[in-house]
Ligand binder design. Structure first.
Ligand SMILES: [Zn+2]
Length: 221
């Protein structure tokens, strides 16, 4: 896969990724519900018409990654795939309490409470549950799912055959490349990162911030 095959759709502080695959596209995460128009215009300008969108992959159940799933199901008839462990979050509209590692993340937590309306999203029922080791070839995407709990129980990564990891919030790059700033289970996060380190990963595309090389963070994790 070439880097040109990946369009980063930045919606305020969060990324979605439109990946060109064989005969169509796969969308990874969907941003905040308030950014529907931005998402739709990016899909249009990439030539991603509803029948070209083969699959929507959700890295985890947080509202800033799942905000437009209900609309994609309704308007694009898209199939939404995610890990079963996070499905209660999107089906019931739950935002998990988590340990917060940085001051900026603490401030964001407080802001979120104050601006609750801005961050709401339509609940939805996922169409497909994906599991660890699952291959995405049937969608024309040369990549594999890796279950990496820690940020949430149902967090997944998507690893392409040529070493790109779409990491969700297991990694972040807001100021510098780092591991998750919100943690549901530190033990699980540690194990997940240890597992990823053993895999053939060159470049990380985080849910927040710019892509970075695995090499730049490998020594400190
Ligand atoms: Zn996030």
């Amino acid at each position: 896969m070439k880097k040109d095959d990946i369009t980063i759709i930045k919606m305020a502080f969060v990324n979605a990724f439109l990946v060109k695959v064989k005969e169509g596209f796969v969308l990874i995460d969907t941003g905040l519900a308030i950014h529907w128009e931005k998402l739709e215009s990016e899909l249009m300008s990439a030539g991603c018409l509803p029948d070209k969108l083969k699959l929507v992959l959700i890295t985890h159940g947080d509202f800033d990654h799942t905000g437009n799933c209900a609309k994609l199901q309704e308007k694009y008839k898209s199939k939404i795939a995610m890990h079963k462990e996070d499905s209660f979050m999107v089906e019931q509209g739950v935002f998990l309490k988590r340990k917060v590692r940085t001051l900026a993340a603490k401030i964001f937590f407080i802001l979120r409470k104050l601006k609750r309306r801005k961050f709401t999203f339509d609940k939805f029922k996922p169409d497909i549950f994906i599991t660890d080791g699952q291959n995405l070839k049937e969608y024309g995407f040369n990549a594999t799912i890796v279950h990496i709990p820690g940020h949430t129980k149902g967090s997944i990564g998507i690893i392409t055959d040529d070493g790109i990891l779409f990491a969700g919030d297991t990694f972040t790059n807001m100021r510098k490349p780092d591991i998750a700033t919100y943690i549901e289970n530190s033990g699980q996060l540690k194990n997940s990162i240890a597992r990823l380190k053993k895999m053939n990963i060159k470049t990380i595309y985080p849910g927040h911030g710019k892509p970075f090389e695995m090499e730049s963070i490998a020594r400190q994790i």
